[in-house]
Design a protein. Sequence first.
Length: 213
Amino acid sequence: MIGRLITLEGIDGSGKSTALPHIARRIAERQPKRKIVLTAEPTSGEVGRILRKGLKEASGDEQASPAMRMNELFLFMADHAEHLDRIVLPSLKDGAMVLSDRYADSTAAYQGVTLQGILPHPVFWIQEVFRPWNAVPDMTLLFLLDPERALKRLGSRPGKEKFERLEFLISVEENFRTIALAEPERFVLIDAAQDEETVARDAARAVLDLLAR
Ligand code: TYD
C-alpha cells in the first residue's frame, strides 16, 4: 500500500478535531488492513509543548513585537520539521494513512496574519520557505465556518486561547480560502456549518473517494 497524507484545516472552532476520529473510523471500516496514524500540529514534542504554553496565554497577540512574532513562526516551522521527521515521513514510508489535525497550511494562514506588515506577502513568504522540504498532502480538507459561529462554539469551551478573536479569525479564514483557491486539486471544502454527523460523513466520503482513485 502506498502511504497517504490527509490534512484537516480550518479556523479554531470549525470542528476538525471532532470530525477526525469519525473519519478515521470510516476509513478503518473500508480498509481494515490499512494502518491509520492520527497526528496533529502543534505536536506533543518539545517544540510543540513550548508553542502550546504560549497559546494558552489568552492575553492576545496585539502586544507581541515583530521579533516575538517571527520567533513564533520559526517555532511552528521547527515543530513541523520535527513532525515530518518523527511521524509523517516514517509513517508514509510504512504505507500508512496519516491524518493530521493542522499542518503547514495553518502556519501560512495564521502566521500570515500575525506577520502582516512585517513580512512582504506573508502567506506566500511562508509557503516558499516550506516548499523545498515539505511532504505535500494528497488531500486537504478545509472546514469552512463563519468565524462568528466558530467563536460561539468555542464560547462553551473553557480556556480561551490567544488566537480566538473575531477579527483575527476572519483574516485567517480569508487566508485559508486564498490558499485553497490556488490549489483546487488538493483542497476539498467542507461545509462545517452542518451538524457534526454530516460534516464527518462529507469529510470521510472525500477521503474514501481519494482511496478509490
Ligand atoms: P489547535 O489545533 O486549535 O489546538 P487545540 O487542540 O488547543 O484546539 O491549534 C492551536 C492554535 O495554534 C490554533 O489557534 C491555531 C494555531 N496555529 C498557528 O497559529 N500556526 C500553526 O502553524 C499551527 C499548526 C497552529
